[in-house]
Design a protein. Structure first.
Length: 264
């Protein structure tokens, strides 16, 4: 049974030109979600019938709210950006399968664009629970930065945790895409966790294959229902010498990168 609930908006703020941060009070989701899962928000009007999926960025310090960081991309997200503090919204979640945290010595966390927010909860758990692990966090942007200072605060006090910034336009950090940045450091990783646009994930997958380590990727696909009914978000997954279609919303959004057929 799916858990729909009316939940109160505690905050809804613009944090960069087209990026917003919304905090929604929902104790059940906050206390049961895993890093990499997502929720669906319903606008409940006749024009915007389908819910909008949002990856969970973080959980409130009191454990009774979830934070979602999203990009303004269309009418639905524009309407959500206009919702005021105190407004009640219908929300469904947590949905999907999140990241599987593993005890490894050398860890890379790679985020690109709006794929960066879903990695915050994961980063906190890895930094605070993987004692002694070397963790490199790579954040790739087109131009304007967001959440980068918050990631730096997570690693504050941990000498074995590093944050690397790259921008396509060279306005901050490394000049180039995030995968080129990783390759330039000539480091090897036991496991990679990544979220971002499909071309980036394919490049990360190729790098992981060359690198010889494990790699979990969180896919960005158009998800309508959020729990596998509409079959609108399928991707090809290896199945022996053939393949099967799996639903990103239900079977993912996190997959082992070696299972995904990128070119078909």
């Amino acid at each position: 049974m799916k858990n729909y609930s009316l939940s109160e908006i505690l905050e809804n703020n613009r944090i960069s030109e087209n990026i917003f941060s919304i905090v929604i009070k929902n104790k059940m989701i906050a206390q049961s979600c895993k890093a990499g899962q997502f929720v669906e928000i319903y606008l409940d009007n006749y024009k915007n019938l389908l819910p909008r999926p949002f990856a969970i960025c973080d959980v409130g310090k009191d454990g009774d709210a979830v934070r979602l960081v999203y990009q303004l991309v269309g009418e639905g997200t524009e309407k959500i950006s206009q919702l005021k503090k105190g407004k009640l919204v219908r929300i469904l979640g947590p949905l999907g399968n999140g990241f599987e945290l593993k005890e490894k010595e050398n860890i890379a966390i790679i985020g690109g664009g709006i794929g960066i927010p879903p990695l915050m909860q994961l980063t906190k758990k890895l930094v605070y629970e993987s004692a002694g692990a070397n963790i490199d966090i790579f954040l790739g942007y087109r131009d304007e930065l967001f959440l980068n200072e918050e990631f730096k605060l997570i690693r504050s006090g941990f000498n074995d945790v590093r944050v690397h910034i790259s921008t396509d336009d060279g306005s901050a950090g490394y000049h180039g895409n995030v995968v080129s940045h990783i390759k330039s450091l000539n480091k090897k990783f036991d496991i990679i966790y990544a979220c971002g646009p499909r071309p980036m994930l394919k490049a990360v997958s190729d790098f992981a294959k060359e690198n010889g380590g494990e790699c979990q990727i969180s896919c960005e696909e158009r998800m309508a229902c959020g729990f596998g009914v509409c079959v609108g978000c399928v991707i090809k997954i290896k199945d022996g010498d053939s393949f099967v279609y799996k639903k990103v919303c239900k079977d993912g959004p996190v997959f082992e990168s070696k299972e995904v057929l990128w070119d078909e």
